[in-house]
Design a protein around this ligand. Structure first.
Ligand SMILES: [Fe+2]
Ligand SMILES: [Fe+2]
Ligand SMILES: [Fe+2]
Length: 485
């Protein structure tokens, strides 16, 4: 590398500039030639940060809003993770703006109308295919591009805090992109892509009109008339599941009553633990509605709640892992959605949050809650079951705290929050018989069949007493309280 740089420090005049006894100069951050020739001004840097901040917020909103009605389980889970990544990084970029500017920071103001339309179009995508293509074929690549360009353009030393945030964000956004590319490949056929060409070229024109996501490129003019977002997007609170899921109103097997029965040995309880974990799909479906329908909170609220939402998605996948480990086909088990459906359609966001909080507080007592489930797992002597319950418990402790931080103060205290949550929950649980009368479910007892499969895996004969297990949720809630009539 040749250097034109003049320095008072040691320079042999022939070779590159060197540190003391060959120690890397500039703490190894960059070569001197790069240090002397690259950099954005504070104003340029802040402008790019603001656009990234805004874009990550928009992206977060799309992922969050589309979890509930996303039928495809894998995408529901992916959206949960990807919204979590966005939520975490939004705050870091905001913090950096506050370091470099005096208030008002303008973080709530759109940096570019075209950019807004770009994200609104994807938010309002009417089907899975345009949604996936818009997110992973256009929005996420634009974020990755902006981060890569930022990293290349800013001076690593002068603007080190920004450079660092970009680099750490890029690690996760590249993961999102990698997943997204696989998703596009799996779900979007050439013909679909061709059919969506009119719309995707609008996305391209919008980005181009904005000078790309970071505003660093020449702006072009073009027809920016909205297609999908011509009508404002409306959040869909009704949970949907793909065709591997069935009998979504089935409340025929009371897993909690089984788990808490001291006469039942630990090993058969493994199935109920996995069932309970995988049934947690309904929590992201429900929390998505709280996040989508609650406005005006500090970002920390959205960040914490999104982290919790992702944890709940993780718990669902822990259940999936458990079933797969035993060779049990989970698609045979009715993983009902009555909880997310009821909460999302019958309660306000605050009531939903209170129900969640009440349930999570109910998981804290030693003899019935998360610790108990972990002890059951431990007693099964299966390391995977133990790990699943260990982390499920740890996460739920954090969730109880998130509720204490954000819900309890709003409801005037712990006692009030719990009573409010309890009352709200009772209002959505009284339809057991009606669902049957309406032909929505027979509340079929799926337990004996799955238990038989599990026994095959364990290499044991089914216990006739356990095969006969037939306790439903007709009169008992999952927290073992009687259902109000
Ligand atoms: Fe949970
Ligand atoms: Fe959990
Ligand atoms: Fe939780």
């Amino acid at each position: 590398m040749t250097q034109n740089h003049r320095s008072n420090a040691q320079q042999d005049g022939n070779g590159p500039y060197r540190g003391y006894r060959n120690l890397p100069a500039l703490v190894g951050l960059q070569a001197m030639a790069e240090a002397t020739s690259t950099g954005l001004t504070v104003a340029e840097s802040v402008s790019r940060i603001m656009r990234l901040h805004w874009s990550l917020k928009k992206l977060h909103r799309i992922f969050i809003s589309r979890i509930t009605a996303m039928p495809v389980y894998e995408l529901k889970m992916a959206f949960s993770l990807h919204s979590h990544y966005c939520a975490e990084h939004v705050e870091e970029f905001a913090k950096r703006v506050r370091e470099m500017r005096q208030p008002p920071y303008g973080l709530e103001v759109s940096p570019d109308v075209a950019l807004d339309t770009f994200f609104d179009e994807i938010l309002a995508a009417p089907d899975i295919e345009p949604l996936v293509l818009g997110l992973y074929g256009y929005a996420v690549p634009a974020v990755v591009r902006a981060l890569e360009r930022f990293i290349a353009d800013t001076n690593k030393l002068f603007d080190h805090p920004t450079w660092r945030i970009c680099r750490l964000t890029l690690v996760e956004m590249r993961d999102v992109l990698e997943y997204g590319e696989a998703a596009v490949q799996a779900l979007i056929h050439e013909k679909t892509e061709a059919n969506l060409r009119g719309w995707t070229s609008l996305l391209e024109r919008l980005l181009s009109a904005a000078g790309d996501l970071d505003g660093s490129q020449p702006r072009t003019e073009g027809d920016l008339t909205p297609i999908y977002s011509a009508e404002p997007y409306k959040y869909d609170p009704v949970p949907k599941r793909d065709d591997r899921f069935h009998d979504l109103y089935n409340m025929g097997v009371n897993a909690e009553a089984f788990l808490l029965d001291p006469d039942i040995p630990p090993v058969p309880k493994t199935v109920m633990l996995y069932f309970k974990r995988m049934r947690e799909i309904d929590v992201p479906e429900m929390m998505s509605s709280i996040l989508s329908e609650t406005q005006g909170k500090p970002w920390e609220y959205y960040r914490a709640m999104t982290r919790q939402l992702w944890d709940e998605a993780r718990h669902a996948m822990m259940g999936e892992i458990g079933f797969v480990s035993m060779g049990i086909d989970w698609t045979k088990i009715p993983l009902n959605f009555t909880w997310s459906l009821g909460l999302n359609t019958l309660l306000t966001p605050l009531e939903r949050h209170a129900v969640l909080y009440t349930i999570e507080q109910g998981l804290m007592p030693k003899n019935t809650g998360k610790q108990y489930e972990w002890e059951v797992a431990l007693a099964t002597a299966n390391r995977l079951t133990e790990l699943i319950q260990d982390y499920d418990w740890a996460d739920e402790v954090l969730h109880a705290r998130i509720g204490r931080d954000w819900l309890v103060p709003e409801l005037g205290g712990q006692k009030e929050a719990l009573a409010f949550g309890d009352r709200s929950w009772s209002r959505v649980l009284s339809d057991w018989n009606k669902w049957r009368e309406d032909g929505l479910t027979e509340h079929h007892n799926w337990w004996p069949e799955v238990y038989r499969e599990a026994c095959q895996y364990w290499g044991i004969q089914p216990d006739p007493k356990l095969l006969a297990y037939d306790t439903t949720y007709e009169t008992t809630r999952p927290d073992m309280k009687q259902v109000a009539g």
